[in-house]
Ligand binder design. Sequence first.
Ligand SMILES: *[C@@H]1O[C@H](CO)[C@@H](O)[C@H](O)[C@H]1NC(C)=O
Ligand SMILES: *[C@@H]1O[C@H](CO)[C@@H](O)[C@H](O)[C@H]1NC(C)=O
Ligand SMILES: *[C@@H]1O[C@H](CO)[C@@H](O)[C@H](O)[C@H]1NC(C)=O
Length: 346
Amino acid sequence: MQLIHLLLFLFLLLLPGMWADPEAEPQVFQLLQTSLFTNISSAEVSGVALLGDVPIFALDPAKWSIRFHWPWARQATAEGDAEKIMSHSKLFLRNMVRYVHETAQQAQLDYPLVIQIRAGCVLHSNRTSWGFMDVGVGGRDLITFEVERQHWEPLQPSLLADLVSKSLTSKKAVTGVLEHILSISCQSHILTLCKYGKADLERQELPVATVFARTPSPAQILLVCHVTGFYPRPISVAWLRDGQEVPPGPALNTSTILPNADLTYQLRSVLAVAPGDGHSYACRVHHRSLGTRSLLIPWENRSTAPAVAIAISVVLLVATASAGGVWWWKHRKGGKATWETPEFII
Ligand SMILES: *[C@@H]1O[C@H](CO)[C@@H](O)[C@H](O)[C@H]1NC(C)=O
Ligand SMILES: *[C@@H]1O[C@H](CO)[C@@H](O)[C@H](O)[C@H]1NC(C)=O
Ligand SMILES: *[C@@H]1O[C@H](CO)[C@@H](O)[C@H](O)[C@H]1NC(C)=O
């Protein structure tokens, strides 16, 4: 992996920087909790806390203890209000479980019940922040907490939403604490996490891009640009036709950004072209890890070997690496290979 990254770096082309200032993105800290109440005497609670897309800690469903994903997350949680809040987490969970069972009886709800809670805050780069807390039942939004007003509001027109929002709003001691946690403790916790976890939170992984062609029918070639292994998530992938960006249209289809298992991301952009149309095509990738440079991977549309797509960087690479060159040349001459990638060659 390291070697590929190094090689890609060598062949990065200099293009004008058009990358958004990373400082401008808001930080979101949130707790996601799901509880399953099978019957009147059972409760299974699981939960996870995230800063952006980075897991910070998880709730052990058996012991209701907190498991930190990083040593620095534990350190950060020992500071400020976080420690006090954590030390009360079991009490909060016990009260929540009791409240759900009481409400289920009062409103004559049928078990099993699934309750989801999402709570946290958004911190903007100008240091303003806002807190949020939403509760859902059975996969539907039920109520939301209006932090400044310390007021719960129904999110659906139902007796249950009315009942729960009124009863929770009347618990003034609880709403006061919630308001403090969501508007003050939460944002200072984000800043503490950013201080202790800087290296992991600001980690950048270079995208690895591959261009290849598919021919679903003789009249059409689908050029595929597959980009993977990058972090953070924001990325810009475009197709260039004769050096000009191909505008959005029916021929262009870019997937959503999908997660990989190692907290990196991938996506693909597919451009439909006519065989032998005489244009040159290249896939261009902008990503924060590349700085102001961008990755440019051309697809070569040759009349003699129309199906061979290969990055110029690879051509340069084989010129200096004779073994790889022979390998590539054999494949190309054999006309078997339909696509080549830097990874393939190395
Ligand atoms: C309640 O549900 C739990 C977990 O599913 C189960 O182990 C227990 O036997 C159930 N209790 C009753 C009274 O049904
Ligand atoms: C801070 O930034 C957010 C988002 O860009 C904006 O909505 C808000 O009005 C800003 N607040 C101040 C005080 O500038
Ligand atoms: C884009 O790709 C998706 C997934 O492969 C496919 O379902 C969809 O039909 C495509 N859209 C167009 C306009 O080609």
